[in-house]
Ligand binder design. Structure first.
Ligand code: PMT
Length: 400
């Protein structure tokens, strides 16, 4: 399963560091090539010799070897890895990762890594529950780090609670799932619309909305991580996808988004996710000069924009999946089901502005996915990265 995979293990200062030895052994047994980077604190808990022997590679702890000046390149380490798994991840390291602190080789490698990153926290229960630690984990999740939640049980302090690093066998299941998932959409082409559109009123003013592009970027990144070839048609969004290889077509107006999305769909799209918050109306005419105020009220005549989802729905391929979104403020389920039918989509993801922490701008979302056959799937409040993973799981089920 892991034959030929490069797994970089990061070990930080925690009593659970002893479990890293067993984890390294399991990875090597499954055919992975393993390298280990340790923090200085980790060496108090497990010796580099143990991990070097088990991984069959020298252990990296410093930026350079003080004896011969040889440089340990965090950039090449980050590029070498197919997976960077930090286990155990201490509260200190999680916090530094979340805030971009780069004061040891493990952290500089994390900041340079292009591969998926997993972290298995280990600490005392109060440290784990502390808002600072929870916030660090939320920040990391939102950036795509897969946090392997700590388990509950007896802790080194003698207390009982949540904070134990997950057992190596359970971590191995997550590693195997990640690698099998990565291949699951290989050869598939995906088109994702993202962000708001801007409808010009005059050269300086426009009508738009609050979409940041976070939800669409998380979906595009998840599709790319699973091996799909992804194109994002993006309005002027603050957030862009971060996975390498994603093609971005920049547009501004609903008209431009319509043209670009239909063109991309017609090239052949197995998965189409219409996540953009497209303006439903646009000014009938755009003033060529800045409109001056003259003290009186003004009226702008608006006309409907093209409905991209309906256009894609009308040419929907039976062997592909078209997923839309519905952003509602009232009668949410009825409205979402109505859009699913009218726009002829395979599934629609409902998020409601009535739910705090869901919808525009925030890092989290809470959605319900409705399918053509009338079934539904509730996805509880989680980071947009985790919600994206559930949405893509549902897309995959429909594809297969
Ligand atoms: O970008 P974020 O800040 O992360 O916020 C995410 C989000 C809230 C924008 C996203 O989760 C979301 O709900 N996107 C759809 C918003 C929307 O326009 O919903 P709607 O109910 O108005 O539209 C229904 C569907 O039709 C959507 O798939 C939309 O992309 C599509 N549509 C709408 C109008 C139009 N002219 N063309 C379309 O294709």
């Amino acid at each position: 399963m892991l034959k030929g995979k490069h797994v970089l293990i990061g070990v930080t200062g925690s009593i659970a560091a002893y479990k890293a030895a067993y984890l390294v052994r399991l990875l090597v047994k499954e055919g992975a090539e393993v390298k280990v980077v340790m923090t200085a604190a980790a060496k108090h808990f497990i010796t580099p010799l143990t991990l070097a022997t088990l991984s069959r590679n020298p252990i990296l702890t410093e930026f350079f070897n003080p004896e011969n000046g040889q440089w340990n390149s965090h950039v090449s380490l980050g590029l070498w890895a197919d997976l960077f798994l930090i286990a155990p991840a201490s509260a200190n390291t999680l916090s530094k990762m979340a805030h971009g602190i780069a004061d040891n080789l493990l952290l500089t490698t994390y900041l340079s890594a292009k591969c998926p990153v997993m972290a298995a926290p280990a600490m005392d229960l109060d440290m784990y529950a502390h808002p600072a630690t929870q916030e660090s984990m939320d920040i990391l999740r939102a950036r795509g780090v897969e946090i392997i939640e700590a388990a509950s049980g007896e802790l080194a302090s003698g207390l009982d609670g949540k904070g134990r690093m997950e057992e190596p066998e359970a971590i191995m299941r997550r590693v195997n799932a990640l690698f099998s998932r990565r291949e699951s959409l290989k050869g598939r082409r995906a088109v994702v619309t993202s962000g708001p559109t801007r409808e010009a009123i005059d050269p300086v003013r426009f009508i738009s909305n609050h979409s940041s592009g976070k939800m669409a970027s998380a979906i595009a990144d998840e599709l790319a991580r699973r091996g799909a070839e992804v194109t994002v048609v993006s309005g002027p969004a603050a957030v862009r996808p971060s996975e390498p290889g994603i093609r971005i077509v920049d547009v501004v107006s609903a008209r431009q988004m319509y043209e670009a999305t239909v063109a991309e769909y017609d090239k052949g799209s197995d998965i189409t996710v219409l996540c953009a918050a497209v303006a439903d109306f646009t000014p009938e005419s755009v003033s060529p000069v800045k409109i001056k105020k003259d003290g009186s009220a003004m009226t702008i005549d608006l006309v409907p924009t093209e409905d991209i989802a309906a256009a894609i729905g009308s040419r929907r391929r039976q062997d592909g999946v078209v997923a839309g979104f519905a952003l509602e403020t009232d009668h949410a389920e009825d409205n979402a089901m109505g859009k699913l039918r009218r726009k002829n989509m395979d599934m629609i993801v409902l998020n409601s502005l009535e739910d705090p922490g869901a919808g525009f701008g925030v890092d989290t979302n809470k959605v319900t996915i409705f399918f053509r056959d009338g079934s539904r799937r509730d996805v509880p409040m989680a980071s947009k990265a985790e919600v994206a993973s559930s949405i893509v799981d549902s897309i995959e089920k429909l594809l297969n």
